[in-house]
Design a protein around this ligand. Structure first.
Ligand code: FHN
Length: 463
């Protein structure tokens, strides 16, 4: 046992942040890294801006129907919403054989869409694990005819194709014997049996270490944190445990109770532990200032596959969501719910292909950008990048093409140049404290045409 002085602990934390190799003392508050250490750890995630969420599991088999009846709500909650006895739900595992699962094809679809990271459910609330865990036989290797670890296949393919691999993990577990159903009708929220919380915390730590040791995710995306028996101190224990095992790991705010109040996140007062906020099915009106955040959203109305959910959002809405979120300094985690046989639904693939076409022309206006300097931009949205020499590049995403062919931007800075991405250079002139850019007669892209405006110095908000 290495005895550590306080200085040694501090040094341990610094080293963890700088080179990520020293093992800090158990229980050290690793979230108290320096801003520079945290920036270095978060950098790839901030630059990525666009991720793909994958909700996949046994719930894709019933796909929203039970006993011949449609079950309302999100597909992955069918065990709870249809009040399915555990023994009956367990029978689904014997039918899970996704023979059409092709990790290379899934990653190609994501990569071609411009996605930079994938977050897949390793274990959702039903407790069924898509990886080979020694902590339980309720997993794809021991309980299903498919019999192979799905996450190792996907993580290997992600690394091969240069996409970051990340995993979702539910704290609430409707199958684990230490937890029991909240009422005789609903599993959610679970309760914990007296004297069995340590058992379940140890179970979680064992599985989380297995994930790091086998498919080695870059982000641990927690969920199901709301049951009362799970507390913020428990969250700090899990956060510290994981960051001790993998100092560069990124962990969302749902490792604890942070979903309620993102204001406390990462602003030093550390009311809640976790590295980024997770607004769900919404885009915060003005972003979340001073906090890393990611909006997770479905493409239709469900996370897990439902055969009768055809309420697909338009490609226009999806692309404009991505732009809107980036203009507010956030990441977009867009969900797909694969079928039981392992296919991403065609309507999802079509939309991802269309997003990819847009990203091929305009992706530089999303990746590695910062939030808009303007409070409002009536014609669309804006992102920005700092250029060498103190210059600024503004990316003006025009949704509503000006009828007079002139785009007026409220900046007083000296204009260095302007261009329309995918088209070419444009004429831009200062006029009455603004810059007026002469646009092509027709919008090259009806969903969002990106105009680049380079200026001297930083841009302050005028609107
Ligand atoms: O209950 C889950 C739900 O099934 C889904 O996983 C979403 C995705 O963020 N999270 C929880 C609801 O907030």
């Amino acid at each position: 046992m290495i005895r550590r002085t306080i200085a040694g602990c501090f040094l341990g934390a610094v080293l963890v942040g700088l080179i990520g190799t020293s093992e800090p003392a158990k229980g050290e508050e690793l979230w108290k890294e320096t801003p520079a250490q945290r920036d270095a750890r978060m950098q790839w995630w901030r630059d990525a801006r666009f991720g793909m969420f994958i909700h996949w599991g046994l719930y894709a088999i019933p796909a929203g129907e039970w006993d011949g009846k449609p079950i309302a709500g999100i597909g992955e909650w069918i065990m709870d919403r249809a009040n399915i006895p555990v023994a009956d739900y367990e029978q689904l595992a014997k039918q899970f054989n996704p023979t059409r699962f092709d990790a290379a094809e899934w990653v190609r679809i994501a990569k071609d869409a411009g996605v930079k990271y994938i977050v897949i459910t390793s274990k959702h609330h039903d407790g069924f694990c898509l990886f080979d865990t020694k902590a339980t036989d309720w997993d794809v290797v021991d309980a299903s005819p498919y019999g192979k670890d799905l996450l190792i296949q996907l993580s290997n393919e992600c690394r091969k194709q240069g996409i970051k691999f990340c995993t979702y993990y539910s704290i609430m577990d409707w199958h684990h014997p230490a937890q029991y159903r909240g009422s005789d009708k609903r599993y959610n929220p679970t309760k914990i049996h007296d004297g069995r919380k340590t058992e379940y915390m140890d179970f979680m730590k064992q599985q989380l270490k297995e994930l790091l040791d086998t498919c080695n995710p870059e982000v641990l995306w927690f969920d199901g944190e709301w049951p009362d028996w799970y507390t913020e101190p428990d969250a700090r224990e899990i956060y510290n445990y994981l960051r001790t095992l993998k100092p560069e790991l990124i962990i969302n705010n749902r490792v604890g109770k942070g979903r309620k109040g993102m204001e406390g996140l990462n602003k030093g007062d550390q009311e809640y532990v976790g590295d980024f906020g997770t607004p769900e099915q919404q885009i915060p009106a003005t972003g979340l200032a001073g906090v890393d955040w990611e909006s997770c959203m479905t493409m239709n109305d469900t996370w897990g596959f439902k055969k009768d959910d055809h309420k697909w959002k338009s490609t226009e809405m999806l692309i404009r969501n991505l732009i809107d979120i980036a203009s507010k300094g956030g990441n977009y985690l867009l969900n797909v719910g694969p079928t039981a046989e392992g296919l991403i639904p065609a309507p999802s693939v079509e939309r991802l292909e269309a997003i990819g076409k847009w990203m091929k022309v305009s992706g530089e206006s999303i990746y590695g950008t910062q939030a808009s300097p303007f409070a409002k931009t009536p014609w669309g949205r804006c992102t920005q990048k700092a250029l060498e020499g103190g210059k600024t590049r503004l990316y003006l995403h025009v949704f509503d093409w000006p009828a007079d062919g002139k785009l007026t931007v409220p900046v007083k800075n000296k204009v260095l140049g302007a261009e329309c991405l995918g088209v070419g250079k444009l004429d831009a002139k200062a006029a009455d404290g603004s810059v007026v850019i002469a646009l092509p007669e027709e919008a090259p892209d009806k969903i969002a045409t990106v105009i680049v405006l380079d200026v001297e110095g930083a841009v302050s908000s005028e609107l």
